[in-house]
Design a protein around this ligand. Structure first.
Ligand code: SF4
Length: 317
């Protein structure tokens, strides 16, 4: 079995919300006791509705948010305790591709400068070595080196996302965190970017954390899936197990929300909205929406069972 590149232990992330009308401050519990391993060379997807904590988890792994408590180990070192030199090394090895390629590329910079910038900041490479790397990476994402002298507005959304991916690749990272990498793109070009990510993973043995609400993207790309609800991982397993034998009622509802050609399929539609992260329900956090809720679900929290297909639900005790 592949070793873990990233290991997350008992991670909690909280925010203070703005004062409410009677002056009190509320705590938003964005990530609640997450334990997770991302193995070298795999694509692990985090699935869940918006507001479930998946983007906060991603940003915390990359040190863009600070957790309340817990550990994030990258190559067995806790990224929360790195010294300055180690942080720089971590920033080279772990890169992010953002959702919106229109906002993530500086409109005032030429593509060549956008791609050179991380190399100039993080390496002592010569000018010619930097240009060589930039040309190599732009070709790697399927663009011609002639485009290096153009500005972001001269490209389509799909081409901009390719440029954003090239920027993530220039430092030869081991780990890429892709946050909704295709959701801002036209459906017609989503497949091209999805195929590019798959190719990069297979050719260069890159490790990905894929954050998306789109179950069809997950089915095509991911090796394993972790399903997140109100800041907790409530089910995790290999992609084929999650799609063929989903266990948690929330996972089943997410999968049933994916359009199917067979209209005879019985749908379990999610009832109600995601509860607020300020007032987390007691017991199982899904109990306010679960069609199978029992008395004990309202009082006690189900625990993980362990194993390759792991679920937190009293139905599988
Ligand atoms: Fe539903 Fe109870 Fe399972 Fe929670 S523990 S998902 S409420 S059956």
């Amino acid at each position: 079995m592949e070793k873990a590149l990233v290991k997350i232990n008992n991670l909690f992330v909280e925010y203070k919300s703005n004062k409410n009308i009677i002056g009190g401050e509320k705590i938003i519990h964005a990530v609640n006791n997450v334990n997770l391993e991302i193995k070298k060379g795999e694509i692990l997807a985090i699935a869940g509705e918006s507001g479930c904590g998946k983007s906060t988890l991603a940003k915390t792994i990359l040190k863009l948010e600070h957790p309340k408590s817990g550990e994030i180990l990258f190559e067995n070192k806790n990224v929360l305790n790195l010294n300055h030199a180690e942080v720089q090394e971590f920033r080279q090895k772990a890169q992010m591709v953002f959702q919106n390629p229109y906002a993530s590329l500086n409109p005032k910079m030429k593509i060549i400068d956008i791609l050179k910038e991380p190399l100039e900041i993080n390496t002592g490479y010569t000018k010619s070595k930097i240009e060589e790397i930039v040309k190599e990476k732009i070709k790697l994402v399927g663009l011609d080196e002639n485009c290096l002298n153009l500005y972001p507005h001269e490209f389509s959304g799909g081409q901009r996302q390719r440029i954003a991916i090239a920027r993530a690749l220039v430092l030869d990272p081991e780990f890429i965190l892709a946050d909704e990498p295709v959701s801002a793109l036209d459906v017609s070009i989503q497949a091209q970017i999805i195929n590019l990510l798959k190719e990069l993973k297979e050719k260069y043995k890159l490790t990905f954390l894929l954050i998306t609400h789109d179950m069809s993207v997950i089915k095509y790309l991911a090796d394993r899936v972790a399903v997140m609800y109100l800041g907790e991982i409530i089910e995790i397993g290999r992609t084929e197990d999650i799609f063929n034998f989903p266990l948690h009622p929330y996972t089943k509802a997410l999968l049933n929300a994916v359009p199917k050609f067979n209209k005879q399929d019985k749908k379990e539609i999610l009832k109600g909205d995601l509860p607020s992260s300020e007032n987390l329900p007691n017991g199982c956090k899904f109990h306010t929406r679960c069609p199978f809720v029992m008395d004990k679900c309202k009082k006690f929290e189900p625990v993980e069972k362990g194993g390759t297909h792991n679920v937190k639900c009293f139905l599988y005790e």
